[in-house]
Design a protein around this ligand. Structure first.
Ligand code: HEC
Length: 366
């Protein structure tokens, strides 16, 4: 049943049953159903550039004057609402200083562009410039057609935030001291010859110092799911004159390493992003040397910053990690508190974190 035909024909001419079916179909629609077109999003992009980007940053990545219009914090605000609500927000209160001055068509085109930036799929009909119709399109972060596929939805760390955006977020200068790379290297007893896999390496803030610590014979493997980030790390390594950094494009559920190769698998603020955490440990175990270790630094479950960015199911506790590890035959070999409490530099914008190291029960001396 083609809704456009129904509308053109006029509802009075359409049998009540058919009309009801059309309404049902409409009610069931969500942002996952391809509700805008590429052309519409392009028109929206040009408008966004002109009207919104000066405050919200290019493609709504966020600026110093206004919040990001993409990513977990943003999409959480609209999850469960409708495209109409987002459209109304734009129409009634934006652009700040010139509120309500854009036409309905301009606003809906911008809204289409915002859906595209959040990686909701493109379709074959445009979003209509009518609030009532837009309110029938659900804004849902989870793709309702693929429940329990193990893929994390848009709005989590494995969402479709482009790698270039991650570079900006992860390279904030105030973030770097909070990583305490020297202390981490010392506590992990990294030494020349070791192979360390920095999983979810991001911009390589740890990879590069790791590479220096294990040089010349050792290797730092930069593992990530974003090619842009790996390219960035490779550039950094070249600039630093390091030839022992290897970049590895991982799958979401598999770091794709070589069997029994790694001395330390390292995760900083990354492990909670895995879909099937225990399954990940199981797979990882195959890449570790017999005496290999898994080091995990994770945000405190109830830290306010963690709560802001990640939903409860996207955060993890030390106890959960202990259970997953135990099922795969790993036990705690060390725990450090360098990312706790007053040790944390103020204003780094990072949550409090715990730091645990696991090893195979059979090889653990402690
Ligand atoms: C002069 C700066 C400025 C401009 C230009 C501007 N915004 Fe905003 N926008 C803000 C600020 C500041 C906020 C946060 C305060 C608020 O919610 O009103 C905001 C909030 C928003 C929100 C709510 C975000 C959320 O998390 O719910 C949306 C949506 C939005 N803007 C869309 C737009 C769009 C679309 C445009 C262009 C048509 C635009 N803005 C232009 C400053 C601006």
């Amino acid at each position: 049943m083609n809704r456009r035909i129904a509308r053109a024909a006029g509802l009075t001419l359409v049998a009540a049953g058919t009309w009801y079916a059309a309404l049902q179909a409409q009610e069931a629609r969500s942002v996952w159903d391809g509700v805008y077109t590429e052309t519409q999003a392009q028109r929206g992009a040009a408008l966004f550039d002109r009207e919104c980007a000066n405050c919200h940053g290019p493609s709504g990545a966020g600026g110093s004057m206004a919040p990001a219009l993409v990513g977990p914090a943003f999409s959480a605000n609209y999850d469960g609402q409708t495209v109409g609500d987002l459209y109304e927000r734009n129409r009634s209160s934006m652009p700040v200083g010139r509120e309500g001055q854009l036409s309905a068509q301009q606003n809906v085109d911008i809204t289409a562009f915002m859906l595209q930036v959040s990686k909701f799929p493109v379709g074959t009909s445009e979003l209509p410039p009518q609030t009532m119709l837009l309110k029938q399109i659900k804004y849902v972060v989870d793709d309702p057609r693929t429940p329990n596929q193990g893929d994390r939805p848009a709005g989590t760390h494995q969402d479709n935030t482009p790698g270039t955006e991650w570079i900006k977020r992860l390279e904030r200068p105030e973030r770097i001291p909070g990583l305490k790379t020297d202390a981490v290297i010392a506590l992990l007893h990294l030494k020349p010859g070791d192979v360390i896999a920095d999983i979810g390496a991001g911009t390589g803030a740890y990879t590069i110092p790791f590479a220096k610590a294990v040089a010349p014979a050792g290797q730092a493997l930069a593992v990530d799911i974003w090619p842009e980030l790996l390219g960035y790390i490779q550039e950094k390594a070249t600039t630093a004159g390091l030839d022992n950094v290897r970049t590895i494009l991982a799958a979401r559920d598999d770091p794709r390493l070589q069997p029994a190769r790694v001395d330390v698998a390292f995760f900083h603020d990354v492990f909670h992003n895995m879909n099937d955490r225990e399954g990940y440990v199981r797979r990882l175990a195959g890449y570790l040397k017999p005496e290999g270790r898994i080091a995990i630094i994770e945000q405190e479950f109830d830290d306010p910053i963690a709560r802001k960015w990640d939903r409860p199911e996207d955060r993890i506790t030390k106890e959960q990690v202990r259970a997953w590890m135990a099922h795969v035959g790993f036990q705690l070999v060390a725990e450090f508190d360098i990312f706790q409490g007053t040790h944390n530099p103020q204003g780094a914008g990072m949550p409090e974190r715990w730091f645990v190291v696991y090893g195979r029960a059979a090889h653990s001396s402690q």
